[in-house]
Write a protein that binds this ligand. Sequence first.
Ligand SMILES: [Fe+2]
Length: 394
Amino acid sequence: MTVLTDTERLAHLDLEQLRQLVGLVEYDASQDPFPVTGWDAVVWAVGNAVQSTHFFRTAFGMELVAYSGPETGNRDHHAFVLESGAVRFVIKGGVHPDSPVIAHHAHHGDGVLDIALEVPDVDRCIEHARAQGATVLEEPHDVSDEHGTVRIGAIATYGETRHTLVDRSRYQGPYLPGYVARTDELAGRTQVFQALDHVVGNVELGHMDEWVEFYGRVMGFTNMAEFIGDDIATDYSALMSKVVASGNHRVKFPLNEPAIAKKKSQIDEYLEFYRGPGAQHLALATEDILASVDHLREMGIQFLDTPDSYYEDPELRARIGEVRVPVEELQKRGILVDRDEDGYLLQIFTKPIGDRPTVFFELIERHGSLGFGKGNFKALFEAIEREQDRRGNL
Ligand SMILES: [Fe+2]
């Protein structure tokens, strides 16, 4: 039986909302060799955590809830814990010049260090992962403070990205031992998103299937139907994509590799500027994508442009069918639509949020569709390519 996580309950979400927001499904965890409850946190390494935190709070409406840094005895780096709905980000920036966070940032630029997952049994997961040949980065161990005990372990995934596995069932503190609660005094916050839908990984040419297999073998993830193959590659800067998901579908990982095309693939551009595989985009689930986009634009967030032709194409209009708002409202905001046999989804992509053309966000509003916007890839490629061309990387 799928139940709410503590974070979801505290965010006042219910199961019906989550089914709608992120396509949550029922499944039998007793047969799962590596049960995953859901996301725990997305941990970022950035060049300036003080300012990035401000950006996530003011523009993306996230709330500061906890902190670790020199004032709390951590002389290595700042870490700000932010929440929005059921989503937790931890923003790390090096303080000491020898901090590993600074080294990571020098190599990769702003990006995701760790896609931490909540699991009911850390030891069982690590044991299974090791038996299946995964690299164990941290053996299971307890960390405690006056709020209780957290059990933690970690395994490596693509590039220098890791999955920390966290069991916080015996812990009442704001995040982890070593962090202190921080209340946010920012006035007039607008919540932009309620849940994390998926995190996309970019891997090198020829390695996508290896990572699909890794998530199946090591973490018991299953393949979701949608994949992008040669049929979409053709003239556009191309990628191949397959999607794996945890049993309850809370955690979904599309995995991309570049495909051979006439022009340089957007995945190649990422791999060059991130210096290897890493997290490409995070899809933030919203209950009202129009309001979210309006707010983000007002706050100066830039989105990829969608050509007017996208909305005027009669074939596309016929495929889209009826959606909850007039197509003109979507066109005004550049929001894309995709439909499959289960329903439809609305989505839009931001421009890269850091200095390098690497990580960016998607906003997604699902209405039954469990897809990822396959039908929009061509329209999306054209928009991305215009940007790539402006940067001289095409
Ligand atoms: Fe996506």
